[in-house]
Write a protein that binds this ligand. Structure first.
Ligand code: CDP
Length: 231
C-alpha cells in the first residue's frame, strides 16, 4: 500500500480554500486541517487578553500557555481554544481586522508551522492556508493555488456573513479582503505565494461542486500513479 498523500491548498482570502479542502478531505477519507482557523483561534486569544496584534513580546508567552485543538465532529471541523469550542466565533470582522498583523509575527509562524507539520506527519491530509505548499509541507504530493477575482471573493464573504446574521457593506468587505491579502503577501515570514510546482485553479466561475471535482481528479491521478508504482 502506498503512503496516503499530502495535499496543500493555498490562496488569497475567501478564494474557497477551506470549503474545498473540507469536502475534498471527506471524499478521500483524509484529515482536513484548516490552518486559518488555528490563526483565527490564536487571534481570538490575543483579543480576549487585550493585547495588540503586533505585541510579540506578550503574545508568545500567551500562546505557549494556550491550547488550540482541531476536532472533526459529524464531518465538520470544530476548533477548541483552551478546551472551549470557539468555532462559531472565528469569522468576525474584529478577527479579520487583526489577524494579518498577528500572523506576520515570525515567532507566531514558527509555533504554528511546527504544530501543523506534526499534524501532517502521517499523510492522508488536506491542509489549507497561505504557506502550506511553500513552507509547511514543501514536499506535498499535490499543491494547489486557488484564485478568484476580488469582486467574487467579496461577494462570497458577504453572503457568508449575512447567513450568520452579520450585516456588512460590500465595499468595506472588499477593502478588508484586499488589505489582508496585501499584508499576507508582503510579510517576510511565510508570505502568501504560489509554490513553483503548484497547480493554479481559478474558481471565479466554478461552483463548489465543480471546484472540488477538479481537485479530486488531480488527487486521484497522483494516488493512482503511486498505486501503479507499488505494483
Ligand atoms: O477564509 P479566509 O481565506 O478569509 O482566511 P483564513 O484562511 O481563515 O485565514 C485568515 C488569516 O490567517 C489570513 O488572512 C492570514 O493572515 C492568516 N493565515 C496565515 O498567515 N497562514 C496560514 N497558513 C493560514 C492563515
Amino acid at each position: 500500500m502506498p503512503k496516503p498523500i499530502r495535499i496543500a491548498i493555498d490562496g488569497p482570502a475567501a478564494s474557497g480554500k477551506s470549503t474545498s479542502a473540507r469536502l475534498l478531505a471527506k471524499k478521500l477519507g483524509y484529515l482536513h486541517i484548516d490552518t486559518g482557523s488555528m490563526y483565527r483561534a490564536a487571534t481570538l486569544a490575543v483579543i480576549k487578553n487585550n493585547l495588540k496584534p503586533t505585541d510579540e513580546a506578550n503574545i508568545l508567552p500567551l500562546l505557549s500557555s494556550t491550547t488550540i485543538e482541531l476536532k472533526t465532529e459529524n464531518g465538520n471541523l470544530r476548533v477548541f481554544l483552551d478546551a472551549k469550542d470557539v468555532s462559531d466565533s472565528l469569522r468576525t470582522p474584529e478577527i479579520d481586522h487583526n489577524i494579518s498583523q498577528f500572523s506576520a509575527l515570525q515567532g507566531v509562524r514558527q509555533l504554528m508551522v511546527d504544530k501543523q507539520r506534526e499534524l501532517a506527519r502521517n499523510g492522508g491530509i488536506v491542509m489549507d492556508g497561505r504557506d502550506i505548499g511553500t513552507v509547511v509541507l514543501p514536499g506535498a504530493e499535490l499543491k494547489v493555488f486557488l484564485i478568484a477575482s476580488l469582486e467574487e471573493r467579496a461577494a462570497r464573504r458577504l453572503k457568508e456573513l449575512s447567513q450568520k446574521g452579520i450585516e456588512a457593506d460590500f465595499e468595506i468587505v472588499k477593502q478588508e479582503i484586499a488589505r489582508r491579502d496585501h499584508i499576507d503577501s508582503a510579510r517576510t515570514s511565510g508570505p502568501l505565494k504560489k509554490a513553483k510546482d503548484a497547480r493554479e485553479l481559478d474558481t471565479s466561475r466554478l461552483s463548489i461542486e465543480e471546484q472540488v471535482e477538479h481537485l479530486f481528479q488531480w488527487a486521484m491521478e497522483i494516488i493512482d500513479s503511486k498505486n501503479q508504482d507499488c505494483k
